[in-house]
Design a protein around this ligand. Sequence first.
Ligand code: MG
Length: 263
Amino acid sequence: MNFLKLTVIAAVMASATMGVKSATTDNSLQTPQVIAHRGFWKSEGAVQNSRASLKAALALGVYGSETDVWITTDGHLMVNHDPTFDGVRLQDESSDICTALTLGNGEKMPQLFEELAIVSESGSPTKLILEVKDHGNRTNDVRAAKAAVAAVRAAGLQDRVDYISFSTDACETIIAEDPDARVGYLKGGFAPAELHKKGYSSIAYHMNELRNNPAWVKEAHDLGMKVNVWTVNTPEEMAEMRDKGVDYITTDDPLTLISILEK
Ligand code: MG
């Protein structure tokens, strides 16, 4: 009998002995997986949403490295969190302008296809957790979603990319373009069953959404959906979310999360 089996049996016995499981706690006994928010940017030489932060997350071998993308006027996907960088509103400019922008670690602003190449060449199991940003207008959300699916397909990385967005237009465009894509909604406000009907595979909500809706983790799991939670940065929050039975925890501090989950 292997170690994992023994561990699971021990955990089942311990929980039966104690006889205490709150109604809101999922009973699957799984350990959540780690998603590095905007890459592992606290590592040496990295900044958020850089090639360096992606490579550091890939080297760590966590479940996922999250990243954000905006579409440019000429249809390229730029990797950045905020809508504007150094006064340049990314969705209003061409890729020539955007790729000339310099990040805090000296890199030029990456494009999605470069990040996909890094994932492809890495040999790491870590996935790219690709957030198509909410552009504030439907046209660009749809353009960005279509461009993202096309880029992932061109790279042959459908199995290595999970999609997330605050935009239902972006999410539902991705689902229409690739019905096998794993798509999670970020904003909250919808019960898992409502999203499941539309082809979403996960809820990817802020901690407070799960605190305020304690039945949603089990509801999602009963529907075969996954639960991702953001952005979980203190040891106390990490333990709390682990105990809710979520599948993925998104954090700015993957090393602390790994140590909490190993306890
Ligand atoms: Mg993001």
